[in-house]
Design a protein around this ligand. Structure first.
Ligand SMILES: *Cc1c(COP(=O)(O)O)cnc(C)c1O
Length: 458
């Protein structure tokens, strides 16, 4: 009988993260004067131990025992063969996924929330502030802070706060505090409300609020934490792909195609970066980040220097960006509504090491329902974007009569997103697609910024 799930024992869990900065060239982050910023520029918002990881070019970084101890609550996550999906599609492809929905908050996000809370604790932080889109990150960080005895303050994008009231309940269950952003508690929030009192909010605005709340605590014991985009977040997520590699070794398989949905880039990076390393070393493998057509950073926006937040608190980062003032339309995959893309993921796209794809909201939900009715797990709306691409690739394999091995990341479950499914079933969801005119408007935002170099790592 073919195995449905491939497990690792807790002893077989990876003991090190993979740092892609050892293997690619990157443009440096720039300060307001246009010069590269050093680690010190970040010390007001992050503890030094995490900043060291952010800039490290060491290829393998040890995972602390205390972190492994908490990750063990749900890791190693199973590698699952999507046998029922294969059968329904009649494809010769073998389809596997890493099930990251098994964590307590229901997504891949605690893979970085746990180490971030740990390193903050070690550095003497008492309280962590953050933003959250769909609420996944806020609940993951609340869970992590609670494990290490830290306070957690979460600014949640208004549109998601209204659509997903149970996310706030989860954060409170783990002792976190959750506010709808924009709030009137910060200058960034007040500015956003003055501009548009009915704004649905955006991740860019919420990030500004959370950073402001951290730096305005002059005791220095409040720090800020980001759930995606930054190098150290990508690093922590690589445990997903490193586990997958060990699991595939056990059954003597290796993927031809690796797929993950991409918002800020972290769950994609998590499953993909260990395979990018193989690709750099000569392996033949296709790697696809999949984003929403309504917020198409990799597939439509240029590679530029731009700020990570609306109020320009962050340095200029080299990334694919729709512009830091971009407010994406209120489609339901809240976790994919970010204007930029992780600099590491952006650099890989520039170099052609990964091949970005985009799908519309309706294509995504259609695929999600197919997975629900075959594999049984109700996917997060974000995951649905990856699934649409998986089904496409499985159908292509069928047309070509090829027995391809497809690996994708099941980044989270959709049990807190059922109102979005209700709207899909009622035929109320529609497609948004970014127009060329909107993109031209966006380009004005970073027209005056310095331009990143087109670096080649190979
Ligand atoms: C946050 C989230 C995403 C998107 O964020 P990335 O940083 O791109 O990983 C995808 N899936 C789920 C379930 C999420 O919670």
């Amino acid at each position: 009988m073919t195995a449905k799930k491939i497990y690792l024992t807790e002893d077989e869990m990876p003991r090190q993260w993979y740092n892609i900065l050892a293997d690619i060239k990157m443009n440096p982050p720039l300060g307001p004067d246009g010069n590269p910023v050093g680690p010190d520029a970040l010390s007001a918002i992050f503890p030094m131990n995490l900043i060291e990881q952010e800039v490290s070019s060491q290829r393998w970084i040890d995972i602390p025992e205390e972190v492994l101890g908490v990750l063990k609550i749900w890791r190693p996550s199973p590698l699952v063969r999507a046998t029922a999906l294969e059968k329904a599609l009649g494809t010769p492809a073998k389809i596997y996924f890493k099930n990251e929905s098994v964590s307590p908050p229901g997504s891949h996000k605690p893979n970085t929330a746990i180490p971030q809370a740990y390193y903050n604790k070690v550095a003497g932080t008492k309280r962590i502030t953050t933003e959250t889109g769909a609420g996944q990150w806020g609940s993951a960080l609340s869970f992590a802070c609670n494990q290490f005895g830290l306070e957690c303050l979460v600014f949640m994008v208004r549109v998601s706060f209204d659509q997903k009231p149970y996310r706030k309940s989860m954060m409170e269950a783990w002792n976190g505090k959750c506010l709808a952003s924009p709030t009137s508690d910060t200058q960034a929030g007040r500015d956003a409300l003055a501009k548009d009192p009915n704004t649905p909010g955006s991740l860019g605005i919420a990030i500004s609020e959370a950073i402001e709340a951290a730096v305005s605590d002059k005791s220095g014991s409040t720090k800020y934490s980001l759930g995606s985009v930054l190098n150290h977040v990508m690093l922590h997520q690589t445990i997903i792909g490193l586990e997958a590699k060990k699991q595939f070794e056990k059954i003597g398989e290796y993927p031809d195609i690796v797929i993950g949905c991409a918002g800020g880039g972290s769950n994609f990076a998590g499953i993909a970066f260990p395979y990018v390393l193989d690709k750099i070393n000569g392996k033949q493998i296709e790697i696809y980040p999949v984003e929403p057509a309504a917020c198409p950073t990799l597939t439509k926006a240029p590679f530029v220097y731009d700020h990570g937040d609306t109020s320009k608190y962050t340095p200029l980062l080299p990334m694919h960006s729709l512009g830091h003032a971009f407010v994406p339309p209120p489609f339901h995959a809240g976790g994919l509504r970010y204007h930029g893309m992780a600099p590491t993921v952006s650099q890989l796209a520039v170099e052609g090491l990964i091949t970005p794809k985009s799908v519309t909201q309706l294509q995504a939900y259609k695929a999600g329902v197919i997975l629900t009715r075959t594999e049984g797990i109700i996917p997060a709306p974000e995951t649905n974007h990856a699934l649409a691409c998986v089904i496409d690739e499985a159908n292509k394999a069928k047309e070509e009569g090829k027995e391809k091995v497809i690996l994708f990341n099941w980044s989270g479950h959709g049990l807190i997103d059922l109102s979005a499914y209700d709207r899909y079933f009622a035929g109320e969801l529609k497609d948004f697609e970014l127009t060329d005119a909107e993109m031209e408007e966006s380009e004005k935002i970073f027209a005056s910024h310095p331009k990143p170099q087109m670096l080649k790592s190979r």
